[in-house]
Ligand binder design. Structure first.
Ligand code: KIV
Length: 313
């Protein structure tokens, strides 16, 4: 629409700021796509100069003894904030099941529920590597099923890689996916999708069991996995796994000798209430901040002090 010379005669375009007349591209008064990019802070030292984080940057981090950060993300604004904060890898975790969809575990979430979250995260990031979890039941049946689901996450979800849970048994599945062009992150140790088979949330790879995890990691990497994530594994075992494979490792409750670390973002930022796992460190109190904001807003609405003249037309 051509701008009029008379500012009073301008009709705001749909989605434009009625105060300023700015188009949505320069100033959106409410959600209308990704915010303008801010310069990312942080980053894999000496490994990611600019632009999208790729698999080889993570590989370089391992080779250089550098570390990278990974967080879960499930929607536009958190993805955008983490991307701009320089988080190298964003995971659309099946933990969306119990952090977005209100389930008690990661088991119930479906491919069709995760795909739109994945698309939102991918569309809202410019730099982070976007990895999607394949949910329970979407890859276990056969390598063909895993390839088909992986393709959906890259094609419909716009993910750049996928993660599957499981040990050496899944090496043929990983090989088939990698041959189909789907980068695969392997998840070993405590694998939440196998919660019932593992007898609950239990540390894996203690003592003699450490060798099993090393064998799992080696088999999965031989099959083509580009990284290995370890959950709830003793630090010593995780360090031994890291030393046994050339690809980057990522830990959650696995000590500090892995190449990267991952946390569920609502745990990291203190949005989730309740008891936290031992491996969680909370870097903020978003639950407190949001609760205070909501209470103050409600008080002002009830007292009539909001909206004030400055918010009225
Ligand atoms: O789904 C998830 O959140 C995970 C964790 C390892 C972060 O897989």
């Amino acid at each position: 629409m051509a701008p009029s010379n008379n500012p009073d005669s301008r009709t705001p375009e749909p989605g434009s700021n009625p105060e300023t007349g700015n188009s949505p591209e320069t100033s959106a008064p409410y959600g209308s796509g990704p915010s303008p990019a801010a310069a990312p802070s942080g980053g894999v030292p000496g490994a990611v100069p600019s632009g999208r984080v790729r698999l080889h940057h993570l590989q370089q981090a391992k080779a250089n003894g550098a570390r990278f950060a990974m967080l879960t993300a499930y929607e536009q604004y958190s993805a955008e904030i983490f991307d701009q904060a320089g988080i190298e890898v964003l995971l659309i975790g099946d933990s969306a099941s119990n952090n977005v969809f209100g389930n008690e575990s990661s088991l119930p979430v479906t491919v069709d529920e995760l795909l739109p979250l994945c698309r939102a995260v991918a569309r809202s990031t410019k730099r982070a590597l976007v990895v999607a979890d394949l949910p329970f039941g979407s890859y276990e049946v056969s390598a063909e099923q895993a390839v088909a689901t992986g393709v959906r996450f890259l094609k419909e979800g716009l993910a750049q890689a996928v993660k599957i849970e499981g040990g050496a048994y899944y090496a043929p599945t990983v090989r088939a996916m990698v041959q189909a062009g789907i980068p695969v992150m392997a998840h070993i140790g405590f694998t939440p999708q196998s919660e019932h088979a593992l007898g609950g949330y239990r540390v894996q790879g203690r003592g003699d069991d450490a060798q099993r995890l090393i064998d799992d990691a080696v088999a999965l990497v031989d099959a083509g996995a580009f990284s290995v994530l370890m959950e709830m594994v003793p630090a010593e075992t995780a360090a031994a796994v890291d030393a046994a494979i050339k690809v980057p490792t990522i830990g959650i409750g696995a000590g500090n000798q892995t190449t990267g670390q991952v946390l569920v973002w609502q745990d990291m930022a203190g949005l989730r209430g309740g008891k936290m796992a031992k491996f969680v460190k909370q870097y903020a109190d978003l639950r407190g901040i949001l609760g205070d904001a909501a209470r103050t807003y409600a008080d002002e609405v009830r007292s009539g002090s909001f909206p004030g003249p400055e918010h009225s037309f």
